[in-house]
Design a protein around this ligand. Structure first.
Ligand SMILES: *[C@@H]1O[C@H](CO)[C@@H](O)[C@H](O)[C@H]1NC(C)=O
Ligand SMILES: *[C@@H]1O[C@H](CO)[C@@H](O)[C@H](O)[C@H]1NC(C)=O
Ligand SMILES: *[C@@H]1O[C@H](CO)[C@@H](O)[C@H](O)[C@H]1NC(C)=O
Ligand SMILES: *[C@@H]1O[C@H](CO)[C@@H](O)[C@H](O)[C@H]1NC(C)=O
Ligand SMILES: *[C@@H]1O[C@H](CO)[C@@H](O)[C@H](O)[C@H]1NC(C)=O
Ligand SMILES: *[C@@H]1O[C@H](CO)[C@@H](O)[C@H](O)[C@H]1NC(C)=O
Ligand SMILES: *[C@@H]1O[C@H](CO)[C@@H](O)[C@H](O)[C@H]1NC(C)=O
Ligand SMILES: *[C@@H]1O[C@H](CO)[C@@H](O)[C@H](O)[C@H]1NC(C)=O
Ligand SMILES: *[C@@H]1O[C@H](CO)[C@@H](O)[C@H](O)[C@H]1NC(C)=O
Ligand SMILES: *[C@@H]1O[C@H](CO)[C@@H](O)[C@H](O)[C@H]1NC(C)=O
Length: 494
């Protein structure tokens, strides 16, 4: 068995865990922080977070595949990779991981998603994947890492809203938008090693608008909401099989997140602002009562932990404030995606292109900090990323080879993380940390091998090109993340 031994019934007295003996693989973990006592909950204090030791700054990383990687091999897990990567992140000062605490399956195999699913059918759970999630929390806690636990997903890569709608409508066909098809041409001669291509709208994919219209029916279908609430209760009341902690009473779980990037349900008549990202005010939007209802529900079950929405903030000030201005939502979130939003081109090596991305990110952080202050809440930059210098891959066999350099990504990370740190340190800011997308650790596209479930577990989720936004263990971005943590630790100690 790979289950580490761990005393049950942890108390505040057991703050310093027996780290070395509890880690079954490799040598003792590097530069670990303190373990997290079950009752050392993080709370919001003005525009800052705090725990028993004082102010908490979140040096975060996205690690959405955690529960699947940490599971046993017969369900596609890779426990030694999980432990190695957790140690790597801890050695870079990471104290927060945003992970999935949900994924949904279907009666017939569906493309583009995490497999096996945690919830294979309404109310039916894959216990081996659940044990993977237990292991994530237990091992994170030992390394002083807290979690954002994402409870659903707007997008198809974990099943998500679309799967709940399909379940509730006689397993109707989900209209998938353009997504990465790992088994499409081109393939390499060795089966399961790549590369794949995107499906094409109008050929083998639907439009994003059609997909979100389908997925957003989730907000208002009573049966879908009933199942979603049952999932929330199931997760919050889970007793961790590794350390005996109940999830809702474990301070390792800092935050329950309603969903990854829930989208407005009102179809906008126009897009506003210089980047055409902002949407007009729509007080009738179903997302707003849904946030209120779900966040109130979670707070009633888990009053010691925090709740957030998982919103990107791209829709502008009105929507940002409308979804966050509830007493049951503890802090705001933002996601900043310069390439996806048309501000940056990963194939363009010009400095103007990079400067446009940096200016956008700086303004986005400043603007969202102000929006948060106006509603009296802190804000967490919990997703952002940039591709490698992929113009260097042009003409090669794959556009996302890890051999491309990262000079643009490094400059961009320094700027956007710097903007968050400056805001945090300014005395009048609202940012509480940063969380890049996404840790790929040991993964590389060049050596990828789909497992028995068709998964490669890149930092990019299954509906996107593997290697696009990955942070690899040897990337300079990880040193930028680490310097952030050291800088803030120095700031907080003075
Ligand atoms: C686990 O991950 C490591 C590192 O990526 C890889 O070398 C190994 O083949 C993986 N094992 C399995 C069983 O997939
Ligand atoms: C549900 O779907 C099945 C298979 O597609 C179909 O035969 C059946 O008529 C559908 N039922 C309803 C109520 O739509
Ligand atoms: C992916 O590509 C393969 C090979 O072309 C094809 O058989 C399959 O239908 C595609 N999957 C989807 C979901 O489009
Ligand atoms: C990937 O798909 C795009 C869009 O259909 C197509 O233009 C391109 O040639 C494909 N790439 C390969 C290598 O087949
Ligand atoms: C989107 O849905 C509409 C209405 O069902 C349909 O006419 C259209 O073809 C769909 N778009 C795509 C790209 O499939
Ligand atoms: C949330 O909505 C459901 C109906 O979908 C209702 O039964 C429940 O009371 C609401 N909960 C809260 C906390 O508003
Ligand atoms: C936020 O809610 C408070 C009261 O709950 C209200 O006074 C304030 O106007 C709201 N702000 C926004 C921007 O909606
Ligand atoms: C690269 O980006 C710059 C600045 O946005 C633009 O002026 C130039 O035309 C772009 N070059 C190409 C080849 O797209
Ligand atoms: C920031 O806000 C200003 C003023 O509303 C606006 O002009 C600008 O486009 C915004 N920038 C970003 C990146 O959101
Ligand atoms: C916040 O502080 C910075 C300097 O630390 C200052 O430049 C900025 O104007 C202040 N903003 C507000 C809204 O007070």
């Amino acid at each position: 068995m790979l289950l580490p031994t761990w005393p049950l019934a942890l108390t505040a007295a057991a703050v310093v865990p027996p780290l070395v003996s509890a880690i079954p693989h490799g040598s003792s973990p590097p530069t670990l922080g303190r373990g997290i006592a079950a009752d050392d909950f993080v709370s919001v204090d003005g525009y800052k977070l705090k725990d028993r030791q004082g102010t908490v700054y979140l040096t975060g990383l996205n690690y959405w595949s955690c529960m699947n990687l940490a599971a046993e091999g017969h369900v596609g897990g890779n426990y030694s990779r999980f432990i190695t990567e957790l140690d790597q992140m801890a050695a870079h000062g990471v104290n927060h991981l945003r992970i999935m605490a949900s994924s949904e399956g279907a009666p017939t195999w569906q493309p583009f998603r995490m497999y096996p699913a945690l919830q294979e059918a309404p109310g039916a759970y894959n216990e081996a994947v659940f044990v993977g999630l237990d292991r994530c929390l237990a091992e994170m806690g030992k390394r002083g890492m807290r979690a954002t636990m994402t409870l659903a997903n707007e997008w198809q890569w974990s099943g998500g809203f679309g799967q709940y709608v399909s379940w509730a409508t006689n397993n109707s066909q989900i209209p998938y938008p353009s997504s990465w098809n790992l088994t499409a041409a081109p393939q390499r001669s060795e089966p399961g090693t790549g590369w794949g291509n995107y499906t094409v709208e109008g050929v083998d994919a639907d439009s994003y608008g059609n997909f979100t219209a389908y997925a957003n029916r989730f907000y208002t279908i009573p049966k879908a909401q009933e199942w979603y609430h049952a999932h929330i209760e199931k997760i919050l009341n889970r007793v961790n099989t590794v350390n005996g902690r109940v999830y809702k009473e474990d301070a390792t779980v800092m935050t329950w997140q309603l969903a990854n990037e829930p989208q407005p349900a009102v179809v906008p008549t126009e897009s506003l602002g210089p980047y055409s990202l902002e949407l007009p005010a729509a007080p009738e939007d179903a997302i707003i009562p849904w946030v209120k209802n779900t966040s109130t529900f979670i707070k009633s079950l888990a009053p010691s932990q925090l709740v957030n929405v998982g919103f990107e903030g791209k829709q502008g000030r009105w929507y940002y404030q409308a979804v966050h201005n509830f007493s049951s939502v503890d802090y705001g979130t933002t996601h900043c995606w310069v390439q996806n939003w048309g501000v940056y081109d990963m194939l363009n090596s010009s400095s103007t292109n990079l400067e446009a991305a940096k200016s956008f990110a700086t303004a986005f952080v400043a603007n969202s900090s102000e929006w948060s202050k106006e509603i009296g809440k802190p804000v967490f930059l919990e997703e952002f990323g940039m591709a490698r210098n992929n113009w260097e891959n042009e003409g090669k066999e794959y556009a996302y080879l890890s051999s491309a350099g990262t000079s643009n990504k490094d400059a961009y990370f320094t700027t956007i993380i710097g903007a968050v740190m400056d805001d945090f340190k300014s005395g009048n800011g609202t940012y509480i940390g940063s969380c890049p997308w996404a840790y790929g650790g040991l993964y590389r596209p060049e050596t990828q091998h789909a497992n028995a479930f068709g998964e490669v577990w890149a930092g990019d989720p299954p509906h996107e090109a593997p290697g696009w936004y990955d942070l690899y263990d040897t990337d300079e971005a990880m040193n930028i993340v680490h310097r952030q943590q050291q800088d803030i630790a120095g700031f907080l100690s003075t």
